[in-house]
Structures are given as structure tokens and as C-alpha cells.
Design a protein around this ligand. Sequence first.
Ligand code: PLP
Length: 398
Amino acid sequence: MKPLSKRVTEIHPSMTVEIDTLAKRLSTEGRSIWSLAIGEPNFDTSLHIKEAAINSVNKGLTRYTAPSGMQSFKEAVREKLLKENKLAYTSEQIMATSGAKHAVFNAISAIIDEGDEVLIPTPCWGTYIELVRFCGGVPIALECSIEDNFRLKTEQISKAITPKTKAIILNSPCNPTGVMYNKIELEAMAKEIVKNDLYCISDEIYEHLIYTKEPHISIATFPGMQERTVIVNGFSKTYCMTGWRIGYLAAPLDVTKEIVKMQGQTTHHPSNISQYGAVAALNGPLDSVLMMRQEFSERMYRMGEAFESIENIRFPKPEGAFYLFVDVSAYYGKKTANGTLVSNSIEFCKTLLDEQGVVIVPGAAFGLDSCVRFSFTASLPTISVAMPKFKEFVEGMK
Ligand code: PLP
């Protein structure tokens, strides 16, 4: 057989998805597993959202609609952007996608040509790197160190600019670091982005999951930014709708038009049923989101408390999202109580799973091997079993 395309064979699978699949398989095989790996709230989708979706099916609203999404969906997103983000869009600038991941893919496909460089503050969600490569672009990591609490400095943007730089991908609040940029930082970045005529893909999927008094601000609100920014968002995290596969993007009209054309030739549009659910989510109360945020805040505190009693562990306190990105590199080069040598984040996570049944994600999946990611979407009982097991694991290392 002739080989498959380089484009697909060179793409790396999502390590987070692989780890979650492995944990679920081990669990169905009867092993006791405590997973702190997946970025998925352990709450159910709210009743009013489920009912809206069920009603749409019962009413027979199950036909093809426009590739950009249903008008009621785009209107609901338009109102949300105006009310919550102080950004005025027309509904033609907005489109429904099959999750935020698909919105990121659409945006990168529309902007990036072969050889174009894309700046990505790193550690980052690994999908950005793979999708830029898939589209023929060159991901350029802007490395953010733990000493700087993983915050990007504007000078890093200026230093990385070359004639080939086309875009930057920002994710605030950030998966995996929990960094959320403030007004001053965003304003400085925006100036640099405008000065260098870059596109900006701003993934704002964690905007409601924040643990500080500072508000989330979209970078598109700064002068010159809305006309060069593709805002990406979705319902998976805020409304516990991971399996519904529904998200959206808002962009300059010429960008949205091109993406709509592409989506019309590929997925056509995300499921109407999910779009009806999403409209109910946007038009409904935020009570369950606030409750969930409160609960996550408690879990974050409990995890942080557990880490305090463990030596040689470092992490910045997250301002948003639902992860702790923890430097465990002091334990690399050591052997576990069972005699296994651990030299990097993949070996660290694999051995932790083998020996203690605790699942976390290697920092290598996010471009920083010295760290591992803990998700506090798991329940408090799971956290309270997993953390002592983690402590036993590292304390047994010599
Ligand atoms: N963007 C970021 C930063 C994420 O962490 C994730 C999921 O982990 C997504 C997008 C994907 O969201 P969706 O489920 O809407 O595709």
C-alpha cells in the first residue's frame, strides 16, 4: 500500500486523551484508579439545558441548518459577547463549531499557510502545537518559566517576531498553568500584536472558572484587536457539556466567511440538538456555574494543602481554569520504593499509575517536562484518596 499522508501520520495523539482512555480501561478491568487527569467537570449538565435539547428533538427540529449555525444560536452568542465581554459583533461574524477544539482548528486553518510562524506561550494546551503543524505552520514556543509564575512577558513576543510570524495563540485563563492575564498585561501584549500586524487566536474557554477578584478580560477589547482576533469559546467546561461537542468562534467578517465556507464542505454544522442546549445555557441562569466555581475553589485549596506537606514541590497558585501545574523535577533521577527509575514526566506519571493507581498528565504534553498536571475536576473524595497516595509515592523516592 502507498503511505498515508504525512499530514496525518506526523500528528501526535493527544496525551491527555490517551491517559484518560488508559485510566478508564484499567478501571473497567477492575483496578482501583484515582484520576486527576481529565479536564472535565464531574457535574451533570443542568436540567434546563437538557430539556431544551430534548424538546428540540420532540418538536422535530432535526433538519440541516446553515453551516455557520442556527440564527438563534448566533444571536445568543452575540448577546453574550456584548453583555459579558463588552464586544459588539454581528451574528454573521459568529459561527457554531463542534466544540472549542474545532473552533481552534477552523481558526488555524483559515489563518495559517505553509511555513507561517505561530507564537504560542508555553506551557500550553498541546492541541495548539499539533494543529499548527497539521496546517503546515511552525509553532514557536514562548517559554514561560515557573520563576515568572508561567506568565508571558511582552518582550518575549517582540523578541520572537520574524518576517514569517503570522499569529499568536493566547489562552487566558490557561490550561495547564491557571495563569489569567490582567488588563495591564493584555494591553501591553495587544500593542505588540497590533504593531507587528499579527492575527490573534484567543481561547477563552475558561473565562467563567476563575478564583481571583480580577475579572476575565478578552484581549479583543483593546484598540486594534477585534479586527485581528478570533475569539474561541465553548460550553464543555462552563456548562459541563463536554460530550455535546458544541463551541463557537467570533472573528472579523472576512475570516468568519472563509471558515463558514470550509465548514460547509466538512462538518456542515454542529448538531442542532447541541445548539438548542447551548442557547438555553447562554440564556439561562449562571447559578450552577457559580456553585461549580465555589466547589472547584474548595478542591483547589484542599489539593494545595496536601502539597504543602510534600517537600521539593513547586507550583504557582492558579487564577483560573481547574489545574495545578506542579514542578516535580526534583524527583527525576530517583528510584521509587519499588525500584523504578524515573527520569522524566512521562515516566513519572506512568510509574505513579502503575504503583499507586493515581492518574495525572505529564508536563511533556504541554511542552514542559519538569512539571505534571493535576486536575481538580475530580471529586473531593477522589482527591482525598489520591493526594496521600501521591505523597507516599514521592516520599518513597530515593
Ligand atoms: N481549549 C482549551 C484551552 C482546553 O483546555 C480544552 C479542553 O481541554 C478545549 C479548548 C476543548 O474544548 P471543547 O471540549 O469545547 O472542544
